[in-house]
Write a protein that binds this ligand. Structure first.
Ligand SMILES: [Fe+2]
Length: 378
């Protein structure tokens, strides 16, 4: 097991640099990704070249403990490398399975102990290939599992879950519909900008966040105009990777804390919920983070470097407001079916997300959270 992740970019065929045909591969993906031509040709070329593999191509989105229990029944006995190809859910399950293979063979028992809080101590070799530019799950030490009976999610978290290799293959992301590119992209931006402005921010996370935001701002508008431009897509994969890396060193705060109840209770897609909350949260923290928001502004391709720090921070918020609209993402909760009378319950739920609220650069009360939701509701 490596003690750090090596990131290889340039295409799915780079996978051959990191796979050995002496080990049995467990390739894990979902029913959409397996349909991609490039993934199909990878699988058939592995077969032609004599690689031994098991393919599981029906992983669910937002996996529950029951999904993992069912999956455990299907796992082959001997696996040398886990290869996860997909969005955040596929990558999270792949991380978890690589941990289960590293302990005794009673995988169900191992899984239950992890759910109860035991820390993963080891894993078998792991290669992750993200197919969306958003979650950054390939760079985080987390695997998130939903517990439907308890109406909550649990994070199994340990640095050993960081993979040996990440392969950035932009050609796998070109067929993403524009609204998914937009909402997952904003999720990546939220990871970067929240980690950069968090109370737990530090120079390592800041470096990742600034590099990621530079890549994000220089490419997010182009990707809508040129969805098949591989360099633009690769830069967004890098932005997403750096978002995950900055989470590993810092942490998200208000946007994610307030978006969790929208996902948990109303099944609003994560990126969409974040894009609704990004601007109101930036307006709320603005006066506490002027210097940092000015630094973010300086990364915009059309930044006016003669402005004062405070004007730069204000311009950044205006830019973000415009960007969310340009990307065609909703700006009001009503647009996704949430009405005023539902807000107090949402605010109450958001206040339970203390792990993230504690990262906020400014302490918030339940009333503040309610007002944030109200500010985007008619
Ligand atoms: Fe996120």
């Amino acid at each position: 097991m490596n003690i750090f992740t090596t990131v290889i970019s340039g295409g799915i065929e780079q996978m051959y640099q990191v796979l050995s045909n002496e080990q049995h591969l467990l390739i894990m993906t979902d029913s959409n990704v397996i349909k991609l031509d490039k993934v199909q040709s990878l699988v058939s070329s592995l077969e032609k070249q004599g690689y031994q593999y098991t393919l599981i191509s029906d992983l669910p989105a937002e996996p529950t403990n029951h999904d993992v229990e069912n999956l455990i029944d299907k796992l082959p006995a001997e696996v040398g490398v886990v290869v996860g190809i997909g969005g955040g859910s596929v990558l999270d399950i792949s991380k978890l399975i690589s941990v289960l293979y590293a302990s005794n063979t009673d995988y169900l028992d191992n899984f239950n102990r992890l759910l109860e809080g035991e820390k993963p101590a080891a894993r078998i070799p792991l290669v992750l290939v993200p197919t969306t530019a958003g979650t950054g799950a390939e760079a985080t030490p987390n695997s998130i599992i939903a517990l439907p009976e308890k109406a909550t999610k649990v994070g199994i978290i340990s640095p050993v879950m960081l993979p040996d290799y990440v392969v950035l293959a932009p050609e796998l992301t070109t067929s993403m519909p524009p609204h998914i590119t937009a909402s997952t992209g904003i999720d990546a931006l939220c990871h970067l900008i929240e980690c950069y402005t968090a109370s737990v921010a530090n120079p390592v996370g800041d470096n990742y966040a600034l590099i990621g935001m530079q890549k994000f701002f220089s490419n997010i508008e182009q990707v809508i105009e040129k969805p098949h431009d591989l360099m633009v897509r690769l830069n967004l994969l890098w932005a997403s990777y750096y978002g995950g890396a900055s989470i590993s060193h810092s942490g998200t705060h208000l946007v994610h804390a307030l978006s969790y109840p929208l996902g948990g209770k109303y099944k609003i897609p994560h990126g969409l919920a974040n894009s609704l909350l990004l601007v109101p949260v930036m307006k709320h923290i603005y006066s506490h983070c002027e210097e940092k928001l000015a630094n973010v502004y300086r990364l915009l391709p059309a930044a006016d470097h003669s402005l004062s720090e405070s004007a730069m921070a204000a311009e950044l918020v205006k830019y973000l407001e415009l960007l969310v609209m340009k990307l065609g993402l909703p700006t009001r909760l009503n647009a996704i079916g949430i009405e005023k009378h539902q807000l107090p319950e949402l605010a109450e739920s958001a206040m339970q997300v203390t792990r993230l609220l504690n990262h906020s650069p400014v302490k918030v009360s339940q009333q503040d959270v309610l007002e944030l939701y109200q500010s985007i509701t008619d």
